[in-house]
Design a protein around this ligand. Structure first.
Ligand SMILES: [Zn+2]
Ligand SMILES: [Zn+2]
Length: 283
């Protein structure tokens, strides 16, 4: 059984209102660890840490960090990105195998010197910066949020050690480990999964990353603001597919990061299912 870490912050917005209660039946499992910013267990063991400024400045410009500090969302942004950094560290230490990171603010629209679209700091990029210092070399990032990951591409576009596969609105593009796969309006779950099997599985298998980051947005779900007609059941299926590749190529090292999506019902339905898949609690 894989050991799964859950990294939880919830500062604002509607979508996570049912959490962590919606994780009942998961949190008490022996192979599941829960880290949050609310309860300090005293020994610091299960306390979610905000990302340090020192690490922030390895990815983002001082000007940008200064600007984010003035937004009023700074603390929340530090905890959102901190979950991903900490997840990567716990995996590296061998304490957990994979993780689900709840966020108030996502990653993928945050570049070196810009932010926007509800993203301030790029958690995956920060985690990768920290892991590189420990000698980890190769990474894959797969992005199933419906928007283009312009921030992540800005940071890693010319980095040969990072494979970036982004399913989005952009035209098809495949250059130097940077891939955009266009998802048309009205795409069925089966068509979406077929594109993942075709574009993500073989590339990632050949690339042999040591960690896989999954930017999990559910804004392409029916009724959401980026509606591409996917049903809510598509996301747990994606989890199974991505986890399968992680298990095969990198000892199951997979970090799932909550990105776009606003509906409370979709979050409450999909996230526990994804975590059950990660922790292998499904029958
Ligand atoms: Zn999005
Ligand atoms: Zn894209």
């Amino acid at each position: 059984m894989k050991r799964t870490g859950i990294f939880f912050t919830y500062f604002q917005g509607e979508r996570l209102r049912d959490f962590p209660q919606a994780l009942a039946g998961i949190l008490d499992k022996e192979n599941v660890s829960y880290y949050d910013a609310v309860y300090d267990s005293g020994d610091g063991l299960y306390y979610l840490e905000p990302v340090s400024e020192e690490l922030l400045l390895k990815v983002h410009s001082p000007d940008m960090v200064r600007e984010v500090r003035l937004t009023g969302d700074y603390e929340s942004a530090l905890y959102s990105a901190g979950g991903t950094v900490q997840a990567a560290d716990k995996i590296w230490q061998g304490e957990i195998d994979n993780a689900f990171v709840f966020t108030s603010f996502g990653d993928h629209h945050a570049g070196r010197n810009f932010y926007g679209g509800m993203c301030y700091f790029n958690g995956a990029a920060l985690a990768i910066a920290a892991l590189k210092e420990r000698g980890v070399r190769r990474f894959a990032i797969v992005d199933t949020d419906c928007h283009h990951a312009n921030g992540t591409r800005d940071i890693f576009g010319s980095d040969d050690d990072v494979l970036h596969i982004c399913l989005c609105y952009q035209d098809y593009h495949d250059e130097q480990n940077n891939v955009d796969v266009r998802i048309p309006y009205r795409t069925s779950d089966e068509e979406y999964l077929a594109k993942m099997r075709q574009e993500f599985v073989p590339r990632t298998t050949a690339f042999k990353p040591e960690y896989i980051f999954w930017e999990f947005g559910y804004d392409a779900t029916q009724g959401e603001y980026g509606d591409k007609d996917l049903t809510r059941d598509c996301h747990p299926k994606l989890a199974r597919l991505i986890k399968g590749v992680a298990d095969k190529v990198c000892h199951g090292r997979l970090i799932t990061i909550l990105c776009g999506g606003s509906g409370r019902a979709v979050a409450t339905y999909t996230i526990p299912r994804i975590i059950r898949c990660l922790a292998e609690l499904e029958r």
